[in-house]
Every structure is written in C-alpha cells, then in structure tokens.
Design a protein around this ligand. Structure first.
Ligand SMILES: NC(=O)c1ccc[n+]([C@@H]2O[C@H](COP(=O)([O-])OP(=O)(O)OC[C@H]3O[C@@H](n4cnc5c(N)ncnc54)[C@H](O)[C@@H]3O)[C@@H](O)[C@H]2O)c1
Length: 279
C-alpha cells in the first residue's frame, strides 16, 4: 500500500516495469477519496489557516500565483479566490491548465508575474519550480511557500549565500534580505506549509486512514494470484465504501437504484457505481 504524491507513483511503476517491485502495491494516493479529501479539500481549508498563522496576511486584493493546478493547487486557488485574492496559476499540463482557465484563473508563466505578486505558492510535486532567478525579481515582502512536495519545489539552498541575510522572525517564518534592503518572507523554509504550521482536520485523517486500512485488508485477504508484483488502484467499490462510511456525519441520505434503473445502467445495486478511472 502506498500513500504519497503522484511522483512516487511514477517511481513505483518504474520499479514494477524494471521487475524490481517485490510485493503487490496499492497506490492509495490516487484513490478518489484520498485525493479529494487529503489533497483538495484539506488544502483548501488549511492554506488560509497556515498563511494567517505564519505571515498574518490579509488576503483581499492580494496577487497570488499558485504553481500547479492539480488537487492541491485547485484547493489553494479556490480558497484564495474566495477570500478576494487575485489568483494566477501556472501549469505544464494543458488539461489542468484548461481547467484553471475554466475555473476563472489567469494561466501564466511564473516569470511573467513574479515581479508583481504578493505571494507564491508551489503545489506541483516537482523540483526547482521557484529558483533564485525568480526570487531575485520578487517585490519587497513577497511571501514564498510550498504546499506540495517537501523541500524540493523552492530552491532554498540558493538563498544560503553570503550576500543574503537570513532573519528568523518566528517559528516557520524567515525574512531573506537582499543587499538593497528588499526582503522576501519564506515560510517553513520551503517544507510543506500546512503540515508545518496548521492542523489536519480529524475528518480528513479519518478518510485517509480508512482508505489505507482498507487497502491493507484488501491485499491481506486477496486470494492467491489476484495481485501480482505490480501497482494497483484501490478497487472502486472500496473507495465508494470509504465515502459511504463518512456520509452519516452530514446526515446525508443516499438514493438507492431501483431494480429497473440498475438494469438500465448495467450496475449492481451495491456498486461500484462508476468505472475505476472515474474521478
Ligand atoms: N500540503 C498537503 O497537505 C498535501 C496533501 C496532499 C498532497 N500533497 C503534495 O502536493 C503535491 C501535489 O499533489 P497533487 O495531488 O496536487 O498532485 P497532482 O499531480 O494532481 O498536481 C500537480 C500538478 O502540478 C503540475 N506541475 C508539475 N510540474 C510543474 C511545473 N514545473 N510548473 C507548473 N505546474 C507543474 C502537474 O501538471 C500537475 O497538474 C504532491 O507532492 C503531494 O505529495 C500535499
């Protein structure tokens, strides 16, 4: 069972392709319940809390660039837009880029807006998305933080040079001061901001932990030969089960398919209700 970002998925598949994966693996990160709650909804809530606690920033009218419009980026962008920030998005994938456009965000390149924005947030799972050349151009007081992969997205090591002064302001907040007096506000030294300075709601943890537990039980109980030394998704039925276990907290009531409807749709009345690729 594997709970990690999509970049880890590539590594697992690489191992599998090379015949080096010793056991079956379930990629829990890509199960819908994990992605939507841990990545999207959790980040949508915790980005604001994290920024308030660390930078004590007012969001209305601030210009923000969110790098990466996957689940984490979508959550962060939605939260900041709702607070009245002007949000720019950067993407490499045309599909996510188009989604950003349809959601009303300005798709741009970091280099094109980096001089004007008040905040830069990385959410890509990639490395060196914000590099020294970008930070050299940022305006005084620009807040730089990461909600994606720890330690890799912002090239923090490039800031540890003799001409830049580091001023530790409080926990998770450093000011990096350029020789002309201009400073950027670096949060959590480029580590994952919300994990460093906010809390993860117990509800989200419950969903993620249930997904993980069910994946382990599935692997343990699976008959010999069902899973080979390869990477699998959590069966859709189990993903749906995780969601259904959490519905009661909203006093939510599911509609049941009639026999006629189930037959018409070609579905079992107990699910799965969607194909495995459905997001
Ligand atoms: N902070 C948290 O609480 C939290 C929660 C879940 C996941 N994560 C981490 O956040 C990262 C992103 O997760 P996700 O689920 O959104 O992944 P994702 O794959 O859905 O989204 C990442 C997006 O970034 C884009 N991207 C990649 N390189 C880019 C670049 N150089 N510039 C612009 N865009 C680029 C990709 O095309 C993709 O759309 C992962 O590292 C994951 O582990 C953080």
């Amino acid at each position: 069972m594997w709970r990690a970002g999509s970049q880890t998925w590539y590594k697992l598949h690489h191992l599998s392709k090379a015949g080096k994966l010793c056991v079956p693996a379930i990629n829990v990160n890509d199960s819908v319940t994990k992605q939507k709650f841990d990545n999207l909804y959790c980040c949508r809530e915790s980005i604001l809390d994290s920024l308030k606690k660390t930078a004590d920033i007012m969001f209305g009218g601030k210009q923000v660039v969110v790098c990466g419009y996957g689940e984490v980026g979508k959550g962060c962008s939605a939260a900041l837009k709702a607070m009245g920030s002007v949000v720019y998005v950067t993407e490499i994938d045309p599909i996510c880029a188009l989604q950003a456009c349809m959601d009303g965000f300005r798709l741009t390149k970091l280099g094109d807006v980096v001089r004007q924005v008040d905040m830069v947030i990385t959410c890509t799972g990639n490395k060196n998305v914000v590099v020294r050349e970008h930070m050299d151009l940022m305006k005084n007081g620009c807040v730089v933080c990461n909600m994606g992969r720890s330690n890799t997205e912002i090239d923090v090591s490039s800031l540890r040079t003799p001409e830049l002064v580091w001023q530790h302001v409080r926990a998770q907040v450093d000011h990096i001061i350029w020789p002309d007096g201009r400073r950027i506000v670096l949060l959590a030294e480029g580590r994952v901001l919300n994990l460093s300075s906010s809390t993860v709601p117990i509800y989200v943890l419950s969903i993620t932990a249930t997904t993980q537990a069910l994946a382990l039980i599935e692997l343990f109980n699976a008959p010999e030969g069902r899973y080979k030394q390869d990477v699998y998704l959590l069966p859709k039925k189990l993903d749906e089960y995780v969601a259904s276990l959490h519905l009661h907290t909203f006093d939510a009531h599911l509609t049941e398919l009639t026999d006629e409807q189930a037959k018409y749709m070609g579905l079992s009345k107990n699910g799965p209700f969607k194909p495995s690729y459905y997001r």
